[in-house]
Design a protein around this ligand. Structure first.
Ligand code: HT9
Ligand code: FE2
Length: 373
C-alpha cells in the first residue's frame, strides 16, 4: 500500500529534491547552511483544528477518528463535550491569537516573514493553506506544530499532514518542521509562570504543601513504545518538562505526571494512571490540595476546559480536595519569543540549541485498517 509520507536520509536536504515533503535530518543536526538569499519563506502554524459550531461537531469527529477504531459511544461522549460549549472548540480562537502574537513579535524584531495557519482536521485545512501559500509565491515553509512533544499524534502525524498537503497541491513550497520544543526555555518559562500563578490562587495554608500534578493526553501504550528514536520519548519528554517547570518555581518540589482524555476501545491499553484515579489515590494518601498543570497542551484545548475544569474538578470536589488548574503556554511572551528563536535558528543555519529533532523513521504506528462501514 502506498504511504503518504516521504522520508529523508540523514543529512539530506529537501532543497536537493523538491519532491521531498519534509526536511527531517535523521537525528543528526540540520546542515549548517543558511537559507538561500532571496528565497520567499513563511511560517506555518500547523494545528489540530476544531469545530466552530454544533453542525461541525460530528463531521469534525469523523475527520479525527476515520480509520482509528474509536468506538461510537466514545464519539457521542466527546460530541457532548463540544456541545456543552455550543459546538465551538476553544482551539481556533487560541490559534488565531498565537498567529497574531507571533506575527507581531516577528514584526517587532524586524523579521519580515508572513505567518499562515492550517489544520489537520478542520477549516482552515492544511491543504487549502498550502494552495494559498503556493499562490502567494512562497517557496519554503517552516512548520510549527502546536504540540511540544514526540509521538505519532504530536509529531509524526504533522509530518504526514504536510506531505498530504504537498501531494494535494502538486508540490508548492518545500517544508521543514521546526523541532518539538518541550525543553525550550521559553516553553518552560510560560508553564512555570502559569504554575506560580495557580499556586498563588490557593488558600495560604495549602501553598507549601499542595501536591503538584502535571497532566498530558494519554496515548496508546503501543504508540508510546515507538515515540522518538529509541521509544518512550513522549513519556520521557513529559517527565523532563514537568520537572523543569516545577524546578523553575520551586527547585526539587515533588511532581507527579499523570494522563487524561484516554480514547479508543477499552480493550486497548493506554498510558495510566488517569488523572481522576490519581486524585483518588492522593486523597487516600491524606493529601488535601492539588494544583494540576496541563503541560502536555500548548493552550487550553477542549481536553483542558472539559476533562480538567469539569471532570477532574468534580472528582476533586467529591473528595474534598482543594483544586486549582494552572494555565497553558498560550500566548505567553516567552513562548511567542521561543517560536521566533526556533525559526531564526533554522534560518541562520546555526547549530540547533533548542528542541529535539526526530529521526526520519521514528514514531510510526501500525494503524488498524479502517473498519468497513
Ligand atoms: C497526543 C495527543 C494530542 C496532543 C498533541 C497535539 O496537540 O497534536 C492530542 C491533541 C488533541 N486532540 C484533540 C481532539 C481529539 N483527539 C481525539 C482522539 C485522539 N487523540 C490522541 C492523542 C492526542 N491528541 C489519540 C491517540 C486519539 C485517538 C485517535 C487516534 O488514534 O488518532 C479525538 C476523538 C475523540 C476522542 O476519542 O477523544 C478528538 C476530538 C484536540 C482538539 C481539542 C479542541 O477542540 O480544543 C487536540 C489539540
Ligand atoms: Fe486528541
Amino acid at each position: 500500500m502506498p504511504r503518504a509520507t516521504v522520508d529523508l536520509h540523514p543529512g539530506q536536504r529537501p532543497d536537493e529534491d523538491p519532491s521531498l515533503a519534509v526536511r527531517n535530518n535523521g537525528g543528526t543536526p540540520p546542515a549548517a547552511s543558511p537559507a538561500p538569499a532571496g528565497r520567499r519563506e513563511a511560517l506555518l502554524v500547523l494545528s489540530f483544528g476544531g469545530p466552530r459550531g454544533s453542525d461541525d461537531v460530528m463531521p469534525f469527529l469523523e475527520n479525527v477518528t476515520r480509520g482509528r477504531g474509536v468506538p461510537p459511544e466514545r464519539l457521542l461522549d466527546v460530541a457532548e463535550h463540544y456541545h456543552h460549549f455550543g459546538g465551538v472548540s476553544p482551539i481556533n480562537e487560541q490559534n488565531e491569537a498565537l498567529v497574531a502574537a507571533v506575527a507581531a513579535d516577528l514584526a517587532a524584531h524586524g523579521v519580515d516573514l508572513p505567518v499562515y495557519w492550517g489544520n489537520r482536521n478542520w477549516d482552515p485545512y492544511v491543504e487549502d493553506v498550502w494552495q494559498q501559500m503556493t499562490d502567494d509565491g512562497i517557496e519554503h515553509v517552516y512548520v510549527l506544530a502546536t504540540s511540544a512533544y514526540a509521538s505519532y499524534s504530536g509529531c509524526r502525524q504533522y509530518h504526514e499532514d504536510v506531505a498530504r498537503a504537498r501531494i494535494a497541491t502538486g508540490g508548492g513550497p518545500t517544508a521543514e518542521k521546526l523541532p518539538h520544543y518541550s525543553d525550550a526555555p521559553g516553553f518552560v518559562r510560560a508553564n512555570a509562570d502559569a504554575l506560580a500563578a495557580a499556586l498563588a490562587q490557593l488558600p495560604e495554608e495549602h501553598r507549601a504543601t499542595a501536591r503538584l500534578v502535571a497532566t498530558a493526553h494519554s496515548i496508546p501504550v503501543s504508540m508510546a513504545a515507538v515515540a522518538g528514536p529509541d521509544g518512550h520519548a513522549y513519556e520521557a519528554e513529559l517527565q523532563a518538562a514537568a520537572r523543569a517547570v516545577v524546578d523553575a518555581v520551586e527547585p526539587g518540589r515533588p511532581v507527579d505526571l499523570v494522563w487524561q482524555s484516554r480514547s479508543g476501545p477499552p480493550s486497548v491499553p493506554w498510558l495510566e494512571p488517569d488523572v481522576n484515579d490519581h486524585l483518588r489515590a492522593l486523597h487516600e494518601n491524606g493529601e488535601t490540595a492539588v494544583v494540576l498543570f496541563p503541560v502536555g497542551f500548548v493552550s487550553d484545548h477542549l481536553e483542558v476546559v472539559w476533562d480538567l475544569d469539569h471532570e477532574a474538578e468534580e472528582t476533586a470536589g467529591e473528595l474534598g480536595l482543594v483544586f486549582v488548574r494552572a494555565g497553558t503556554a498560550g500566548t505567553h511572551p516567552a513562548f511567542v519569543a521561543m517560536v521566533r528563536e526556533l525559526l531564526e535558528e533554522r534560518r541562520a543555519g546555526a547549530e540547533p540549541r533548542l528542541g529535539t529533532n526526530c529521526p526520519a523513521a521514528c514514531c510510526f504506528v501500525q494503524r488498524p485498517a479502517a473498519r468497513p462501514a
